[in-house]
Design a protein around this ligand. Structure first.
Ligand code: NAI
Ligand SMILES: O=C1O[C@H](COP(=O)(O)O)[C@@H](O)[C@H](O)[C@H]1O
Length: 257
């Protein structure tokens, strides 16, 4: 069933991937501090997520929030992640609860667990033969202050689920790249998320039945060191792409029929 979805950070790359696949599947209200540069589905609210009144107004009549807005830079300084990623995310969760929204899907990141990639484990960790897997039950181990802000967002989600019964999914997104996996970048190939798998995963986050989940948002890459089993089990995620099917920009193999 189509849901009424508020998409924050709609003008960015993840927003583009989601809307590229799901524009006609839900009723969209898009929010970003930057206005849209091209045609978008639904209505567009130009607002900052730290503006409490504007965020509350944007929640009216919404079933599900997909919360992407924030500073996505791994090297982002503390003042920016504190304002945009932590304070902004708390504003979104609080407004969602007060408006009676059923569910918030939070864009977390691989950088919330980036320091599991120790010198002893890398670069073998990024290769197909290595069987080390993170499954989403491990504690955060951030690789930068941006990762700390994403771990904080996951914890805010846990609090709003436990205390206010909000359904929350935290998607630890890997490396979203359009068209093909990152080139000459093993880490990026291990955690590639294709645009179509991204749209499908967020659609499952909108539609599936769950309480609180942390899942990894990557394609079914042979090189993966993030398990996608929880995303399959809890959400019904069924990715179609795999960085191993590519030689540079060219797709050279098809999945078995
Ligand atoms: N692209 C990727 O591979 C990954 C992205 N993510 C997360 O996904 C989310 C989206 O990332 P991208 O689309 O790649 O970034 P992006 O920079 O392309 O898009 C972010 C959007 O959020 C908006 N925004 C930022 N701060 C805002 C604020 N305070 N109020 C309102 N709007 C604001 C920006 O204007 C921008 O349109 C971020 O939270 C990022 O941390 C996580 C892991 C990987
Ligand atoms: O969280 C994010 O992660 C991806 C992948 O990280 P990288 O350090 O391997 O590039 C990054 O591209 C994206 O900008 C960021 O938001």
């Amino acid at each position: 069933m189509a849901q009424s979805v508020l998409l924050t950070g709609a003008a960015g790359r993840v927003g583009e991937a989601i809307l590229g696949g799901l524009a006609d599947d839900h009723e969209w209200r898009l929010l970003d501090r930057n206005p849209p540069t091209d045609d978008q589905p639904g209505e567009f609210v130009v607002a900052d997520i730290t503006d409490d009144d504007a965020v509350r107004e944007a929640m009216d009549g919404i079933d599900v929030v997909i919360h992407l807005a924030g500073d996505p830079r791994p090297e982002a300084p503390w003042d920016s992640v504190l304002t945009n990623n932590i304070d902004g995310t708390q504003t979104v969760f609080e407004a969602a609860v007060d408006a009676g929204v059923e569910r918030v899907v939070f864009a977390s990141s691989n950088h919330a667990v980036g320091n599991y990639e120790t010198d002893a484990r890398t670069p073998e960790l990024y290769r197909e033969h290595d069987d080390y897997l993170l499954d989403g039950t491990e504690l955060p181990r951030p690789s930068n202050l941006y990762g700390v802000s994403k771990a904080a967002g996951e914890t805010l989600g846990r609090y709003y689920h436990d205390e206010h019964d909000l359904s929350v999914a935290c998607v630890r997104i890997g490396n979203l790249t359009e068209g093909h996996p990152p080139i000459d970048y093993e880490r990026g190939q291990a955690m590639w998320l294709s645009y179509r798998d991204c749209a499908h995963l967020f659609d499952r986050c909108i539609r599936a039945d769950y309480g609180y989940e942390i899942v990894y948002g990557i394609s079914d890459n042979d090189r993966k060191y993030y398990s996608i089993e929880r995303a399959r089990e809890a959400l019904g995620y069924d990715p179609q792409d795999n960085s191993a099917y590519y030689d540079g920009e060219e797709r050279v193999a098809e999945p078995d029929a």
